[in-house]
Design a protein around this ligand. Structure first.
Ligand SMILES: CC(C)(COP(=O)(O)OP(=O)(O)OC[C@H]1O[C@@H](n2cnc3c(N)ncnc32)[C@H](O[C@H]2O[C@H](COP(=O)(O)OP(=O)(O)OP(=O)(O)O)[C@@H](O)[C@H]2O)[C@@H]1O)[C@@H](O)C(=O)NCCC(=O)NCCS
Ligand SMILES: Nc1ncnc2[nH]cnc12
Length: 267
């Protein structure tokens, strides 16, 4: 099925709404509570999604563009997000990740047969400036430089390995238990491996290791196939909030997983 740029943008917005609806999702904002984010709530995220959706359509229509062209659209989207949220950083990572994937979906309209992640890696991956070559002017770059990690920039340059190796397989395997449970399963599968710089900023290496242990324990105990999965995930959510931990990057990669799954189903 061929989708228009506007339809691709609506799929990106849907993925972001489903990420927000996902609960329990340790430390993160949902329709149930604000998690470890006293400055952000669900209405703030919904306003941000509405404000950035037209930008996703522009990204999809800019498939032939360079990274600099996409960045110009991304900067405008970040401004729209801040205006709609009173200056909050609800979707900086999502604008980048889903923006690139929307542009890749635009390439697919034009006939590409590779996965969306491969399209991102081959078209724009080489142009994405990596943290080691940059001054630490953002939290993400500062964390990458300090802990020798790749963060969101490497994730995108490599074509979103967290989505294709962890998020998508976990989501698809758990789908028979329903979409809300499958989303939680994908969240924990990504959390176990991802180099989330928001987690490192809040909790350092100890916080990152604690989060990974939680994810491993949840998955080793059967994940969402365990009859007590919901209570277990909710306990972890409460513990993340007590420790002021959160994983905004994992939330963005969950949204990216849901978007890719939706696009592949529509192909
Ligand atoms: C290239 C950019 C994404 C800028 O990235 P940079 O490396 O400079 O780092 P940051 O500015 O810190 O942003 C990176 C955001 O990406 C998310 N993220 C982190 N790790 C990963 C990962 N491994 N994989 C995927 N995504 C990742 C994360 O975003 C989410 O968290 C945000 C909320 O964080 P939080 O810390 O709670 O909120 P703050 O208010 O910042 O702090 P507190 O005081 O509350 O603690 C939320 O936004 C989530 O989305 C990182 O924040 C890109 O931004 C860039 O170049 N922009 C220019 C325009 C552009 O090019 N656009 C796109 C063109 S395609
Ligand atoms: N649900 C969420 N909560 C907090 N930060 C996020 N960044 C992206 N989605 C998020």
């Amino acid at each position: 099925m061929t989708l228009s740029a506007e339809e691709i943008a609506l799929c990106a917005a849907k993925a972001l709404r489903e990420e927000l609806e996902t609960y329990p999702k340790p430390g993160l904002v949902s329709l149930v509570d604000q998690g470890s984010h006293p400055d952000m709530d669900a209405p703030c995220f919904l306003a941000s999604i509405e404000a950035i959706t037209p930008g996703f359509a522009e990204m999809a229509a800019c498939a032939a563009g360079s990274l600099a062209d996409l960045q110009r659209i991304g900067v405008t989207m970040e401004q729209a997000m801040r205006k709609a949220t009173n200056g909050r950083n609800a979707h900086r990572g999502a604008i980048f990740c889903l923006g690139l994937l929307c542009a890749a979906a635009g390439v697919q309209i034009a006939g590409a047969t590779e996965s969306l992640g491969q399209v991102v890696a081959t078209r724009w991956g080489g142009e994405i400036p990596q943290a080691e070559a940059l001054e630490p002017s953002s939290d993400g770059v500062a964390m990458c430089r300090r802990f020798h990690l790749g963060g969101v920039r490497r994730e995108a340059a490599l074509g979103f390995p967290s989505v294709y190796q962890f998020g998508l397989p976990a989501y698809r395997e758990a789908l028979s238990l329903g979409r809300p449970a499958a989303r939680v399963q994908a969240f924990f599968a990504i959390l176990e491996h991802c180099e989330d710089t928001t987690l490192l900023k809040r909790g350092g290496l100890d916080g990152r290791d604690f989060a990974r242990q939680c994810a491993r324990r949840f998955l080793d105990d059967g994940g969402v196939a365990n009859p007590e999965w919901w209570q277990r995930a909710q306990e972890m959510h409460r513990e993340f909030v007590r420790r002021n931990l959160t994983a905004g990057g994992v939330a963005d990669l969950l949204a990216a997983t849901l978007f890719v799954e939706d696009m592949e189903r529509k192909q």
